[in-house]
Structures are given as C-alpha cells and as structure tokens.
Design a protein around this ligand. Structure first.
Ligand SMILES: *Cc1c(COP(=O)(O)O)cnc(C)c1O
Length: 330
C-alpha cells in the first residue's frame, strides 16, 4: 500500500504557485442560516471563482507544475464539465493544447463553454469510465499529459488552497461542509483545515443517487457505483478502482459524510437564490441543503462551501419557480 498523501506544505506551495491566476473568493455571514442553526454560518462564495467553480485552483496548480517539455505536449482530461472548463482556461493562459473527453450525460451549457475556451472536445460513451478510456487511448497515441479531475497530488493541493482561505476568513470555524465526489476537493480542504486548525471538523456532502466515495468508505476500499442522473451533476462519477490518493485521504481526514435526496438538493438551490441571492448549481448547493435538512449538527461557527454555479439557466428557473416559494407567475 502506498502512503502517498498531500501535505500542508504542498498546499501552501500551491497557493504561491496559483497566486494571481485565481480569485481569493469572499466568505460572507448568512443571517438566515445562522438563525436556523443557532450558530454563526458563513458561506464561502467559491461559485464566483473564474470559470464558475473551485476546479480552477487545482487545474492552475497542475498546469503550473508541468515542465517545459510536458507543456509542449499538451494536456488531456476526462471531465463532467467543471474540471474540463477549468483546465481549458488554465492551459489556454499557457498557450497549451487541451483535449477534454466527456460522456453524453454532460449538460450542453458546460460543453459549449469548454469549446468556447478553445479546447478540443471528444464525447464518448455514457459514463466517466468510457471517457477515461478515450483519455488513455490518446495519451498512448499522441503523448498528451493526463491531468485527472481529482486523484492527482497537484490537483488536490490546488483545491486545498480553499481550506487555507476558509480558516483565515473564519479562524474559529468549528465545522467545514465540503462537497464530496471523487474527493480531490474534500481531501485538499481537509488536509489544509486540519493542518492549520486541528480541532475543526470537516464533513463531506454528497447526493444519495450514486455517492461513490461514501459507498467506498463504507466498504473499506474503492467500489463501483451505478452513475445516475442527479441535480448535483458535478458530483457524478466514480472514485476509480485504482484510486491512489483521495480514498485514503477522505478515509483518514473526514469526520463524517452526509447524503441528500434530490428534493433536499433542490431546496438548497432555492434557498441560495431566494434567501442568499446566489445562483448555484446542484453540487454547489449541497452544503446549504445539508443544513436545511437538519443533517448536520454544529457546536461552533460553520463554513459552508458553495463550490460552483455552472447550472443550465432553464433548469435553474424550473427549480426556483417551484411552488415551494410561491411560483414565478408572469
Ligand atoms: C468537481 C466538483 C465537486 C466535487 O469535487 P471532487 O474533487 O470530485 O470531490 C463539487 N462541486 C463542484 C461544483 C464541482 O465541479
């Protein structure tokens, strides 16, 4: 068994490397959620990051860590959207060739954006695994450098820079709520948070429909889970049966994992819009949703990550116009 992990030092080095290439996003106090929870609740507004998600942190760090010869070969990844978009942006700044492979489940808005950023897009199969096979074929045939969405030390370290900012912005945080899919985000954030504030709890949040990391943690090893359509489409996909880093880091660093129904996720999107005036995608809303559903208990201040905003606006309108907030009569 490998003991590879990502350290606080790696995350601090990543922060220096990506300074000036990503935004330091704001953390704001939420009076409404604080009143509901009975403890201060702060929202980390990372959905306002350039490219609309935190994925730019990991992608920028990974690209900046490449040598000249690797940069000349270009980069490739399989992505449900936000990693592809972030990688296309980061690689374009460096003038590098970028190829993004994705499954047919990816929403049109995400696909359009990646093409607009100048990346080559290849659509293959019905799952992340199919897209990944295409990546491996092109790495072998064309010599591109693979930068995967989560199971890579430079990606994890880049996402971890969020954890450093959270503790700087809310030094007495008792609990950090972070999205959990492949676990690059949760691994990096937990390593940073626990590194600088060992008493702070870090809890992962996933959708119940296809929560691969939760199933893997329960099984004690990476397992396959059927990929299903969900409002939190950015949380879709497996953890990889040959997972090298994120399974062990999530197992060792996360205090708990919470799962949410589709209705609970929709309520999170609605709350973000109607009460906080923020447009977030399903994945971005799961931290708020977990609080609204009463699925987490907190003793001290809570920091909730809003991880992305790349939602199809027609889908967003249908969700926020639901009768629960009185509809959207013309
Ligand atoms: C990728 C992504 C996640 C999950 O990150 P992992 O590192 O795969 O766990 C959460 N929210 C958004 C918006 C994402 O794009």
């Amino acid at each position: 068994m490998t003991m590879a992990t990502v350290s606080l030092g790696d995350i601090r080095a990543a922060r220096d490397r990506i300074a000036g290439k990503v935004e330091r996003t704001a953390t704001v106090f939420s009076p409404i959620l604080s009143e509901r929870l009975g403890v201060p609740v702060h929202l980390k507004l990372e959905h306002r990051q350039t490219t609309g998600s935190f994925k730019l942190r990991g992608a920028s760090n990974a690209v900046a860590s490449l040598g000249a010869e690797e940069k000349a070969r270009g980069v490739i990844a399989a992505s449900t959207g936000n990693h592809g978009r972030a990688l296309a942006h980061a690689a374009k700044l460096e003038g590098m060739r970028t190829v993004i492979c994705m499954s047919r489940l990816v929403p049109q808005n995400k696909l359009d954006e990646i093409r607009r950023l100048g990346a080559e897009v290849r659509i293959v199969g019905n799952s992340q695994d199919d897209a990944q096979q295409e990546v491996e074929r092109m790495v072998a045939q064309e010599g591109l450098v693979m930068l995967p969405p989560f199971d890579h030390p430079a990606i994890i370290a880049g996402q971890g820079t969020l954890g450093l900012e959270m503790i700087e912005q809310v030094p007495d945080a008792g609990l950090v709520l972070v999205q959990l899919s492949g676990g690059g985000l949760a691994s990096g954030v937990a390593a940073a948070v626990k590194g600088v504030s060992p008493g702070t709890k870090v809890v992962g949040v996933s959708m119940a429909r296809g929560a691969a990391m939760k199933a893997s943690l329960d099984a004690g090893r990476p397992v396959l889970v059927e990929e299903l359509p969900t409002l939190a489409d950015s949380l879709g996909g497996g953890v990889g049966l040959d997972n090298r880093l994120t399974f062990a880091m999530c197992r060792d660093l996360l205090d708990d994992v919470v799962l949410l129904s589709e209705d609970e996720i929709a309520a999170g999107i609605r709350h973000a819009y109607a009460q906080e005036r923020e447009i977030v995608e399903g994945a971005g809303a799961v931290g708020i949703a977990a609080l609204l559903a009463g699925k987490v208990k907190a003793k001290g201040p809570v920091v909730v990550l809003l991880s992305g905003r790349n939602i199809d606006m027609n889908a967003h309108r249908r969700i926020v116009c639901d009768a629960a907030i009185g509809g959207c009569a013309a």
